[in-house]
Design a protein around this ligand. Sequence first.
Ligand code: PLP
Length: 430
Amino acid sequence: MNYYSLNKKAPDVSFKDAVIKGIAPDRGLYFPEQIAPLPDSFFENIEELSNEEIAFNAIHQFVSDEIPNEKLREILANVLDFDFPVVELEDDVATLELFHGPTMAFKDVGARFMANCLGYFSEDATNEVTVLVATSGDTGGAVANGFLGVEGVKVVILYPSGKVSDIQERQLTTLGQNITALEVDGTFDDCQKMVKTAFLDEALLSNMQLTSANSINVARWLPQLFYFLFAYKQAKSKDKKIVFSVPSGNFGNICAGLVAQKLGMPVKQFVAATNINDTVPEFMKTGSYNPKPSKATISNAMDVGDPSNFIRIRHLFKDNFEALAQNLTSYTFTDDETKEALKLIYKNSNYVADPHGAVGYLGLKSYQSTHPNTYGIFLETAHPVKFLDVVEETIPEKLAIPTQIQKVMGKEKKSIPIKIYDDLKSFLLH
Ligand SMILES: *Cc1c(COP(=O)(O)O)cnc(C)c1O
């Protein structure tokens, strides 16, 4: 399987090269040249398959023979060693819990898959690969955890100072070894811009092999389609049209869900729920795409004003707005609405959601108010404990700290403060 650049001005590359490069030399995102639907029998009999088998069937065409089947199965077993339960909260409303992994956010899946692939590709490489990644909160921890101790790979994480939660910051600044955290005096968009600039900087590129572990990297992005299939497997027997509501920031997660739909998953609609960073809801309303600076919210992992993956979503629908609108609905919610939703979910279902999941819940409810008779699943993208302050000040419950989180609580934060791109550059070249 080859990948082409969405800017169409760079050569096609293999899966391996797409993973190692991260982004194409013309700054375009890589996209698979083909998405071949899985046979109907796969979906008809999906409940007989284990998660690993489902994932293998779904990802195989994208990896092709660049990783031997045996090795790919071994990687999937490593990546998917935790649960992905669909928990029903109300009639026709359920949540897909994606927080049972080591850093308690869905990003564990993509980060671990990418780390395993890059580890495999680096085995016989002589040059070290440097992974450069910008985080709005959860990517940093997932990447740090996934890549910790991977031979031949150095990881540099950029995060916006003061704009990630305390636990998120600990997860990305306390591991050490091959992981370095750069604390940026700016927003997530500033971090993302610096990373993108680095990928165009000849002086850097001639000195080192740089790649990205953001969802622009195909090995981070594509495996996120797995758990939509796992959820479909669990909800299939409901015999109603299934709708997924995905709390979205950079739109990598929902874009992977739409790839699962292209593979043939019989799902009616995707709802992209955002906080007040409403570039996509505005686009779906007006048809014009106007990126804006990101604004800080209580669902900080979605504070993105210019979502990188939206271009992939438009491309999936051949830039046909009507076709896109038939599959994607988008809503925006304020922090106050999000807090009300946290309270409501707690009161009605005795369930503690996190602020991102609560935005997903609101999106689902809005959609279902005009589309009854659907079975809705919103993604609980992180464990509420990662947003302890907001959650505990909104609902009357003290959260227990899970063991995964306890491990980082006592460790010392280590970060290097930076302000501008030149600081990043001199750090990388030192
Ligand atoms: C990253 C993240 C999101 C947004 O996912 P995208 O793929 O960037 O749209 C939502 N919720 C949480 C908890 C996250 O960490």
